[in-house]
Design a protein around this ligand. Structure first.
Ligand code: IMP
Length: 176
């Protein structure tokens, strides 16, 4: 079986590149069908989603923009501890149709924070696209509009997803 060694761990092949590309083609067609006249602004969540975002965006035919954002957390000066910050966003969100691009939704915590930030900017609509989704790990209560592939609650790497920063540069997705 095809394996991938990343740092101290050996991963086994899980989702081949061809299957990923077929999934993305279908997602792009669904987005074009649903949003063609909506002038959407895609927001890809860094770091993991950069490869998926590039492949998805290439397949989309409607007029659309894309920008890259990141959720960062830092120690605030108050008593509440960590403060979440949305970085990288320079476009006007108010009144716009936003599509968030994620590589994987696990617990949903990261996206819950991002959605909180975006809601305050009063977009016209917010939709969520994710390549991978772990239903058994999901603890949030937002709706995911477009899901590529549902996977079991196991760690995966490749195609932008990392293990301690490594493994992103694999065309296929591997699992433990
Ligand atoms: P969540 O906040 O638990 O939904 O996790 C979201 C983020 O955790 C993703 O954007 C990934 O960066 C990372 N993540 C979650 N599961 C995995 C995995 O199996 N492999 C690599 N990264 C993961």
């Amino acid at each position: 079986m095809d394996t991938l060694k990343v740092l101290d761990k050996t991963f086994v092949s899980f989702i081949p590149h061809l299957k990923i590309q077929e999934t993305i083609a279908k997602m792009a067609a669904d987005l074009d069908r649903d949003m063609f006249d909506d002038d959407p602004l895609f927001l890809a969540v860094l770091n993991g989603s950069f490869i998926f975002a590039a492949d998805l965006f290439k397949q989309i035919k409607m007029p659309a923009r894309i920008s890259f954002v990141k959720m960062a957390s830092y120690m605030g000066t108050g008593s509440s501890g960590k403060v979440d910050q949305l970085i990288g966003l320079q476009e006007v969100i108010t009144g716009k149709n936003i599509v968030i691009i994620e590589d994987i939704i696990d617990t949903g915590l990261t996206l819950t924070k991002l959605l909180d930030h975006l809601d305050g900017m009063r977009p016209a609509s917010v939709k969520i696209v994710t390549l991978l989704y772990k239903p058994d790990a999901f603890k949030a209560n937002f709706k995911i509009d477009y899901i590529g592939i549902e996977i079991p609650n196991n760690f995966v790497v490749g195609y932008g997803l990392d293990y301690n920063g490594y493994g992103r540069n694999s065309k296929d997705i591997y699992t433990l």
